[in-house]
Design a protein around this ligand. Structure first.
Ligand code: C2E
Ligand code: CA
Ligand code: CA
Length: 709
């Protein structure tokens, strides 16, 4: 049995009991010793009184013998001496003669001259004789004794402390004594004082114990039960006693920090789960999202490339949904989407995979070699199911859908080709006012227009129709420009400015992208050299790089060589890669990123949230920034779903020590929401549009700082 088997409260009670027992025992002992002391003090007192009287009587006797005084005078003086020697409250001396006769007795002069055996009161007589007998028996050993002696007015012998002495050369016995019960009031008084002291000390210790219990034991018990609750994951209760200034307070504050940490952890875990869910699912319909559909399609493509199988992909667009949403509101739109999803699910078989691809668009993959006639039948069924009116409160709403169809391998052997082309087919179906279209039916025209632009882009690179603009990124921690993103511009001689959003994808498809990226790298290096020559202190410059260029085996050498040519350290450069790059084999991409970073350039992931990457995937990659896609920022102030996603991304990125950039910030409200969500860096038209070189230089010169909050 060890002490640790008992609760702290039991220990305290044990301590108090031991203390109380100690106090009571000490008081009893003290009382006993004081009792003893009083008795021996009395004994000593009567002895000295008798002895001093004895020596006076001896002196008197000598003077009588030498005839200095007469026998009468002797008697008178003896009488005076005995009668005048009173002490204490009841103390007196008495003189016996020949051990049998009471000679002098100041308190009972009526007994003087009488023989003890013949006293008037036979009781007194026997009692005294008895007492004398006891005295005689003890006389040899000492002069003081405890005997039972008659007390005046009492019928029973009472314990009495007696001191008696034979006076030499006389036949007198001188004695005195104290009745023990005369000491009783004294003892009671003492006992009372002891009792009061004991009770006071006891009460004081109980009060101290209560104080300890209140200030130490109770808080500890409370904190320990709180700890237990926390360990079970219950973080709802706030920790008490945090305002105590002692160790309890310290413990409570530590516990409170621990609780906050747990809550943070819980939030992070929830966010993680939420983001993981969002990575693959659409939160409204709970169907797969575009990313999951893309992956699934990719897997089917690989499987069918071996078995020579066929896949169909249906892009189902709900017409006018956007207009309806503006009229009815988001909630109604969600109900329409859920209802439509349920109807589609009702039609599906094991060979179908359904996903929600975007706003009002569903994707359906048909696997295992479906026949074209069966596909047509299925499309009819789908259209009918969708067009059947949906009842929303008092309204009956009829939705019209257009479907675009692609098939593998005819229309492409990449998932994005199949999905993208089916979307084009669906859009074309709408333009041509048809319910559905196969991509093969419209392929011809598409390719032609593309070809012309490719030609033009190729000459643009050679003929200096391209230039760069710079859009600054601001650090929300100090509101200063942190870096700038270079954006490519094409001034087409006939068509005017063309957006990179149009020509970069074209360049990627046509193989021109490497030349384009090389041109940008060279232009940036050249620009940086100019700035270095003018001693302009410019922030880090971010370059958008296509995945195709980045993944080339000699890319890092090329990067190094271009910048070395202009003697510009790559520490000035950050590369923006789109998420698409990350679907590559993880080990390969990790290796590549490391090699590129060794050149000194840093890396950020662009358009985060739209594609295939996830925070769990980039967790172990050497990345500096992630840029949350503009589409999440656009609706940040109206769409709570987007806000949740952005918050979750920021939270998780913090956990991975990654800085987060929010791009496309256009309103003050978006900015303040981002500040609140602890976003690190912002970019957007609100803060600055992309600037020409001269405007950008002016901005750095001004040391521009955006307004703080
Ligand atoms: P991105 O990398 O996501 O670039 C951001 C785009 O959003 C830019 O459009 C920028 O002008 C625009 N933007 C910035 N803030 C706002 C805002 O507040 N509101 C709005 N509505 N838009 C904002 P831009 O310049 O048209 O570029 C489009 C895309 O073209 C870029 O998207 C990037 O993927 C690609 N791109 C641009 N320059 C290059 C380049 O030099 N090389 C390559 N490979 N791709 C480039
Ligand atoms: Ca970018
Ligand atoms: Ca972007």
């Amino acid at each position: 049995m060890t002490l640790s088997n008992f609760t702290i409260r039991q220990k305290l009670i044990g301590l108090v009991l031991i203390l109380a027992l100690g106090i009571v025992t000490t008081s009893c002992l003290a009382f006993y010793f004081s009792y003893q002391d009083t008795r021996s003090g009395k004994q000593e007192q009567i002895r000295s009184i008798v002895q001093s009287a004895t020596s006076q009587i001896i002196l008197l006797n000598q003077r009588k013998r030498s005839l200095e005084i007469s026998a009468e005078e002797f008697d008178t003086r003896l009488h005076d001496l005995i009668y005048s020697t009173a002490y204490g409250q009841h103390g007196y001396l008495y003189l016996l003669k020949n051990e049998t006769q009471i000679y002098l007795h100041p308190k009972r002069s009526d007994l003087e001259g009488q023989y003890i055996g013949q006293l008037d009161s036979p009781v007194d007589s026997t009692l005294m004789l008895d007492g004398l007998k006891q005295l005689k028996e003890k006389t040899d050993k000492s002069h003081s004794w405890l005997v039972y002696w008659p007390k005046p007015n009492s019928q029973v012998p009472v314990a009495k402390l007696i001191y008696a002495q034979h006076i030499p050369d006389t036949d007198f016995i001188l004695g005195t004594g104290v009745y023990i019960d005369d000491l009783l009031p004294l003892y009671i008084k003492r006992a009372l004082s002891y009792l009061i002291i004991t009770l006071t000390v006891l009460l004081a210790s109980i009060a101290v114990a209560l104080l300890i219990s209140r200030n130490i034991v109770r808080p500890i018990i409370n904190l320990s039960s709180q700890m237990e609750k926390l360990s079970e994951g219950d973080t709802d209760q706030t920790v008490r006693f945090t305002n105590h200034r002692d160790e309890i307070g310290q413990m409570a504050r530590t516990l409170e920090r621990f609780r906050e940490y747990l809550i943070e952890n819980k939030r992070l875990r929830y966010a993680q789960e939420h983001v993981q869910f969002l990575e693959n699912f659409d939160p409204v319909t709970r169907l797969y999202n575009r990313r999951a559909m893309g992956e699934s399609l990719e897997r089917e493509i690989i499987r069918n490339s071996e078995t020579q199988g066929q896949i169909y992909f249906l892009f189902i667009r709900l017409d006018l949904l956007r207009n309806l949403t503006i009229e009815l509101g988001d909630e109604q739109r969600d109900q329409i989407l859920i209802e439509t999803a349920n109807r589609l699910k009702g039609i599906l078989s094991i060979n179908h995979r359904l996903a929600r691809l975007s706003e009002g668009c569903f994707g359906l993959m048909l696997i295992n070699k479906p026949e074209e006639t069966k596909v047509d039948d299925l499309i009819e069924t789908i259209l009918q199911a969708i067009e059947c009116p949906i009842k929303l409160q008092n309204l009956h709403i009829q939705i019209v859908a257009r479907i675009g169809v692609t098939s593998y391998p005819e229309d492409g052997d990449q998932q994005f080709e199949l999905i993208g082309r089916s979307e084009i087919a669906a859009k074309t179906a709408r333009k041509q006012e048809q319910s559905w279209l196969y991509f093969s039916q419209i392929k011809g025209q598409q390719v032609e227009t593309k070809m012309e632009l490719w030609q033009d882009l190729s000459t643009a690179i050679d003929e200096d129709q391209l230039y760069l603009v710079f859009q600054p990124l601001f650090d929300l921690n100090n509101n200063a420009a942190l870096s700038a993103e270079t954006l490519l511009r094409w001034n087409h001689p006939d068509l005017g400015p063309i957006s990179p959003a149009v020509f970069v994808p074209l360049a990627e498809q046509s193989g021109l992208i490497s030349r384009l990226d090389d041109w940008v790298l060279d232009a940036v290096a050249k620009q940086c050299r100019k700035w270095l020559n003018t001693d302009l202190v410019f922030p880090k410059i971010a370059i958008n790089l296509s995945g195709i260029s980045f993944l080339r085996s000699n890319f890092e050498n090329k990067l190094h060589n271009i910048f070395k040519q202009y003697n510009v350290p790559l520490q000035h450069i950050e590369l923006e890669l789109t998420e698409g790059v990350l679907i590559e084999d993880l080990a390969r991409i990790q290796d590549k990123l490391h090699r590129v970073r060794e050149t000194g350039a840093s890396i950020s992931i662009d358009d985060f949230g739209t594609g295939y990457s996830s925070l769990s995937r980039i967790k172990n990659l050497p990345i500096d920034h992630i840029k949350i896609d503009k589409s999440f920022i656009d609706d940040l102030d109206v769409d709570t779903q987007d806000l949740k996603i952005v918050q979750a991304i920021i939270l998780m990125a913090q956990g991975l020590q990654l800085k987060v950039v929010a791009e496309g910030v256009e309103t003050e409200l978006q900015l303040s929401i981002l500040r609140e969500a602890k976003c690190d860096i912002v970019q957007g038209y609100l803060l600055s549009r992309p600037l020409s070189v001269s405007d950008f230089e002016a901005l750095i010169d001004e040391d521009l700082i955006i307004e703080g909050d």
